[in-house]
Design a protein around this ligand. Structure first.
Ligand code: C2E
Ligand code: CA
Ligand code: CA
Length: 736
């Protein structure tokens, strides 16, 4: 991985971090809210508990006061409705009894601390407090309340208990006071005529009493306060007239708060544990998700990679290219794309197998990696196609330098294990200035330029220019027209005579295809044959020419027929069968047919070429090597294919004009062929001088404008007829 797309990973990481932060924040909020809810619920429970406790305390205290009052009432009843009392209190000498039974009882008594016997006319009979006679008047000790109580008891109608109790303000504080008519136990009144005497008991709500109440009723901090005292927990003490005399206050034990304080740490702990649990869950989960994310990013990255070479694939290149173009648009840089196609890779694959082919691709990838600049993007687009994208201010020059470096790299053979493969490359270059051309178009342009490099002879680089598009368009139109012409059977065949070097008599003809393109006029086969070869039309076209030529040649049984065969046709496995079919259909004698082929295919696929040649020869057909001398193969090398004839290329013949070395070369070539017993035809003979030199060199057949241009079948017939007629003169001239 040389140029990892960091920004892709970065984006997903950043996104991931954002998700984690958001989730953590959400978790924190949830934990806080849950904690608050739980605490608030607990607090509600605590408050309710506190309220219940407060109510209980209030009821208890109220009850205690009532009990306190009732107790005094009961005591009073005991002492007032008493037969002895009814006797002594109303007796003249009863004073001692009254003192000892009422007055003395006020000492240390839990029941009452003040005793007063008073008659209907408010005359005090006895008045004791804390065991001592009181010298002051009852009104002084009980400034309010007592008078009202006495009034009440006096007004109680006959038939009801003449007794009453109530809280009263005394000089010592608040006290419960009871007043009752002193009477016989079973009576509700005293005998008529008697002045009614009343017994008054009082019991002060002193500190000791309150302390005892506090203890008995389990209410903390019970205290007697003034009526206007501000307290939260209290019970009012009312006078019989409904006036607030004072209040008993206490301290709430707030059992809810206590419980709340007790459980709060536990709750907090539980929440913390739950929070930790979720946090752990969250982190474990995020780790897992993180790993899945990484795997996913990895898979995505993988999808942009070519398995074999480890380089980017087409999709990867496109992605990076679009990024580069976008960047170039912002920074007004250029993006340069180099499109490289291997020459001869298919041959390596075919002859050494796919294993070797794969190793070669890896080797090429490794080689290219060494050459491309640091921040360039290197991709493998398909079988044997590579691309390099470079951007930046110097990218154009970098790209051109790289082209040269690539050509240099491929000038050396590649060593694959024990094998050595010589392959080349054709390169197309296209530039997107300031990102004006998008990735797809850039790739198309570079591809187009590469195609042009291949067309122009491979092993070179071509920079895209707009003319290529026009050329391609023209070519496409030509292809379409050619297809139509084949369908409409518009192709014709002309024949160029081949003469014997010695007798100059026609010994054969070469069939040459002609196309009069609708609206354009005649098109050279040198233009449309290559188009037919790349478009797949050549098989059909070649067979049409072969069939037409064979059909026509039936008119000339005495001469041979040469037909040109494209290497593309030769590659087709069914070629020999097709030839066989044509021979049968046209009833052409196989011995008269000569198939002309150029050397290229024999050099590239020697084994296969031999195989096909054997098959064709088995049909009885002859094979001629066309255009010899235009390529690089030596006669010796070509000998192994068993050609029946060799045709010396026009260019060699034309070069004879320059004299010197060309003549030596021609002589040597023909001599070698002859020594291998391969007869030689010279083509493109235009002058008498050329003809005689070629004849001297040893060519046994000559062909060229000197003898005849390619002509119609009718003209061939005419020529042959004329030849028959002028036989003696020709022979004469030949020997003369
Ligand atoms: P070629 O096989 O070398 O054919 C000979 C070419 O040289 C013909 O061009 C012919 O017109 C031309 N020629 C003949 N004598 C002279 C001469 O004295 N001087 C000059 N300057 N030229 C001469 P043509 O017909 O244009 O064909 C060009 C090439 O197209 C052929 O070269 C052949 O490679 C290809 N071709 C033509 N017809 C067919 C065909 O039916 N099938 C295939 N596969 N290729 C064909
Ligand atoms: Ca030929
Ligand atoms: Ca030729």
């Amino acid at each position: 991985m040389r140029t990892k797309p960091r920004n892709v990973v970065n984006t997903s990481q950043r996104e991931w971090r954002r998700i984690v932060t958001a989730l953590l924040a959400a978790l924190a909020v949830i934990v806080t809210v849950v904690t608050m809810l739980v605490l608030s619920a607990l607090n509600d429970v605590a408050q309710n508990t506190n309220k219940l406790d407060e109510e209980r305390s209030r009821e208890t205290i109220t009850g205690a006061l009532e009990t306190f009052q009732a107790q005094l009432g009961a005591t009073l009843n005991d002492y007032a409705a008493w037969d002895d009392a009814a006797q002594f209190v109303y007796a003249a000498n009863g004073h001692d009894w009254v003192v000892s039974n009422y007055g003395d009882m006020t000492v240390n008594s839990e029941l009452f601390d003040t005793a007063l016997v008073i008659d209907e006319n408010n005359r005090v009979q006895m008045f004791y407090q804390f065991g001592q006679p009181v010298l002051r008047s009852p009104q002084e000790l009980f400034p309010t309340g007592l008078t009202e109580l006495l009034k009440t008891v006096r007004q109680i109608p006959f038939g009801q208990n003449p007794e009453t109790t109530g809280f009263v303000q005394s000089d010592r504080g608040i006290t419960v006071v009871g007043a009752a008519l002193i009477r016989p136990k079973m009576a509700l009144d005293v005998p008529a005529g008697e002045t009614r005497r009343y017994l008054v008991f009082a019991r002060h709500l002193d500190t000791a009493k309150i302390k005892r109440l506090s203890k008995t009723y389990v209410v903390d901090g019970l205290q007697l306060r003034k009526a206007n005292f501000d307290a939260r927990y209290f019970v009012n003490i009312f006078s019989p007239q409904g006036e607030v005399l004072g209040k008993l206050t206490w301290r709430s034990r707030a059992p809810g708060d206590v419980s709340f304080r007790e459980v709060r740490p536990t709750v907090l702990l539980a929440v913390v544990i739950a929070g930790l649990f979720f946090l752990t869950l969250f982190f474990v989960g995020s780790k897992i998700i993180g790993r899945i994310k990484t795997d996913e990013a990895h898979a995505k990255e993988e999808a942009l990679r070519d398995r074999l070479s480890g380089l980017y694939n087409r999709a990867g290149l496109f992605q990076r290219l679009e990024q580069m173009v976008a960047k170039a648009r912002l920074g007004s840089d250029d993006v340069n794309l180099l499109y490289l196609d291997l020459d001869g890779f298919k041959e390596v694959n075919d002859s050494y197998g796919h294993g070797t082919g794969d190793r070669l691709i890896k080797g090429v990838a490794a080689g290219l990696k060494m050459l491309v600049p640091q921040d360039a993007v290197l991709a493998r687009l398909g079988g044997d196609e590579f691309a390099v994208a470079i951007n930046g201010p110097y990218s154009k020059q970098q790209c051109l330098d790289l082209c040269e470096a690539c050509l240099l790299l491929f000038s050396e053979p590649f060593v694959i294990g024990e094998r050595v493969a010589t392959i080349g490359c054709s390169i197309g270059v296209a530039t997107s200035e300031r990102g004006e051309v998008d990735g797809e178009e850039l790739l198309r342009r570079a591809d187009m330029a590469m195609y042009e490099a291949k067309e122009n002879g491979r092993g070179r680089w071509v920079s895209y220019h707009e003319q290529l598009d026009t050329e391609r368009e023209d070519r496409n139109m030509l292809e379409a027209d050619l297809r139509r012409a084949i369908e409409k059977d518009e192709l014709t065949v002309v024949f160029q005579p081949v003469v014997s070097a010695k007798s100059r008599r026609i010994t054969g003809v070469e069939a040459l295809v002609r196309w009069n393109r609708d609206g354009h006029g005649p098109v050279s086969p040198e233009v449309f044959i290559p188009v037919a070869e790349t478009s797949g039309l050549i098989d059909q076209l070649g067979l049409i020419v072969l069939r037409k030529a064979c059909m026509t040649a039936r008119r000339w049984p005495e001469i041979k027929l040469s037909v040109n065969i494209s290497p593309v046709q030769f590659r087709n496995p069914s070629f020999s069968t097709s030839v066989h079919d044509v021979l049968r259909q046209t009833q052409m004698e196989p011995e008269r047919l000569r198939l002309e082929m150029t050397e290229g295919y024999f050099i590239q696929h020697p084994e296969r070429a031999s195989f096909v040649i054997e098959k064709l020869k088995a049909l009885g057909v002859q094979i001629a090597l066309d255009d010899f001398g235009a390529g690089f193969a030596s006669v010796g090398y070509l000998r192994r294919f068993g050609f029946n004839r060799m045709k010396i290329d026009r260019s060699l013949v034309a070069a004879l004009e320059n004299g010197g070395r060309s003549l030596d070369m021609l002589e040597a070539t023909v001599a070698l062929a002859r020594s291998l017993e391969i007869p030689v035809t010279a083509e493109g003979v235009e002058s008498v001088e050329q003809a005689s030199i070629l004849q001297l060199c040893g060519c046994d057949e000559l062909q060229g404008y000197l003898f005849s241009k390619p002509v119609s079948p009718e003209e061939v017939t005419l020529l042959l007829e004329r030849q028959k007629a002028t036989l003696p003169r020709d022979e004469q001239r030949a020997f003369g």
